[in-house]
Write a protein that binds this ligand. Sequence first.
Ligand code: ATR
Length: 270
Amino acid sequence: MNDRYCVFGHPVGHSKSPAIHAAFAAQTGEALEYVAIEAPLDDFAGAWRAFTAEGGRGANVTVPFKEQAHRLCDTLSHRARRAGAVNTLVLDADGQTRGDTTDGLGLVGDLHRHHVELTGARVLVLGAGGAVRGVLEPLLEAAPASLFIANRTAAKAEALAADFADLGEVAGGGFDAVRGPFDLVINGTSASLAGDLPPLPDDLFAEGGVAYDMMYGSEPTVFLHWAGERGARIIDGLGMLVGQAAESFRLWRGKYPDVAPVLDMLRRLL
Ligand code: ATR
């Protein structure tokens, strides 16, 4: 029987992960199957146990289970420990469950692919929820000159910045505390879902500045549309999605797949 992997979510029917991992498996010649499983909201641990009992070797974890997955792990990567969340589970040979989070690696990898220089950059991150917490360690390890976290609820941004202050020049506050210009602005809020735009000054971007949205769709998000009108280069989060999947695939199979053709395939399907 092929090794089995899955993505757990609720709902999970629209997940692109099965298509992404099927493409990675075909590309690398790895014999595996990858399915989507809707876990019950109140028993994620039970769903993971049942999956491993049936030959499951690893899983991706998406909304709303990332924190529950974090709690059930026997061992955690330093990234996952800091993030307080896990998007990748690995069943080790000794039966222990190892947790990691690859979202931040996916984001930083996508920025590299787009030749966005992080080292020495002035970076603004919008939002202070789980999505932002999950990417801060790899972002700060890339050594930006400064990183400001701005959030509707200022206290959450300040607390998050304090949690990561040992990793670099990081501060937090409300949108009214934003002082540009920035080389890179990353939207990690869910405001786009509601068609909302955080209140931001018009002179946010430095010359050649980049706007990145962790979300994606067939059209640019409200934030990217706004940023494009102000002269920024705009990038959506589809490459981050494929990049985090590639990092998970490497954790499971020890091979790093080629992201570009899979990204092209998904872009055509949007
Ligand atoms: P996620 O896992 O996507 O990060 P979350 O932890 O609920 O979800 O965080 C959502 C983020 O989007 C928060 O930073 C939230 O701001 P608050 O902390 O003030 O709630 C932000 N957000 C959601 N809707 C928003 C909106 N309409 N305008 C601005 N920020 C918004």
